[in-house]
Ligand binder design. Sequence first.
Ligand code: ATP
Length: 251
Amino acid sequence: MSSPILSLKGLRKAFGALVVTDDVTLDIGANELHAIIGPNGAGKTTLIGEITGELSLDAGSVTFAGEDITRLPIHARALKGLTRSFQITQVLPGFSVLDNVATAAQAHAGSSFRFFGRVSAERALNDQAMAALEQVGIGARAGAPAASLSHGEKRQLELAMALVSRPKLLLLDEPMAGMGREETERMVEVLLALKARYPIVLVEHDMHAVFRLADRISVLVYGRLIASGTPETVRADPAVREAYLGEEEFA
Ligand SMILES: Nc1ncnc2c1ncn2[C@@H]1O[C@H](COP(=O)(O)OP(=O)(O)OP(=O)(O)O)[C@@H](O)[C@H]1O
């Protein structure tokens, strides 16, 4: 692997007596979509929280784009391009889809537009927002109120809001959650296009989606990585098959 965009070394975290991250060491390549799978309660969301800085670690280190960020707070990590989408994004339902994304772009840009006039700054933010909406496949909905979007379109909007923060790595926690077949298929198509532009860490329960998207897969069980490798290796791994006993993707 060329030098990884993200390196996790010996991560450990316990909630009381419950060890939820148990000596996790993992490299995420600069050009890969890396899926993290595992049964309910395995510690996947916790691991994402440790990467973003929402959760503190008991031990271990996190290196991002060559820099040790273990002690950096969440907003400092976000500014460096470590971008989480889903579960924390605030969509403003009364605003249009475009305004939601433009507002997110402005929040990220901070004062960097201060040399522009107000009108050209607004135009630049709107152009950026429109480009992000096109990338996630809902450009045609730009003028609609966010409240009128379907569940699947809302997740696409959240993804567009993540894209305008100029991510160096996208962390996606269950982007297909609550979606029907068609919406899932649309999101898979969006992510297939995005993975050519961004490295992605994907936590997802939908195994069809995972196997279509992932370059590599890591499997967490009770906070421990039991396997990590290409989809073919992971699918054939006896320990993984045991953890996923009965699931058709591993049959
Ligand atoms: N703040 C907390 N305090 C105590 N226990 C917690 C806390 N957050 C998570 N846990 C526990 O840590 C374990 C891992 O939870 P986590 O949500 O990371 O799992 P997960 O793999 O993402 O699960 P799912 O697939 O169901 O979303 C679970 O047993 C959960 O109950």
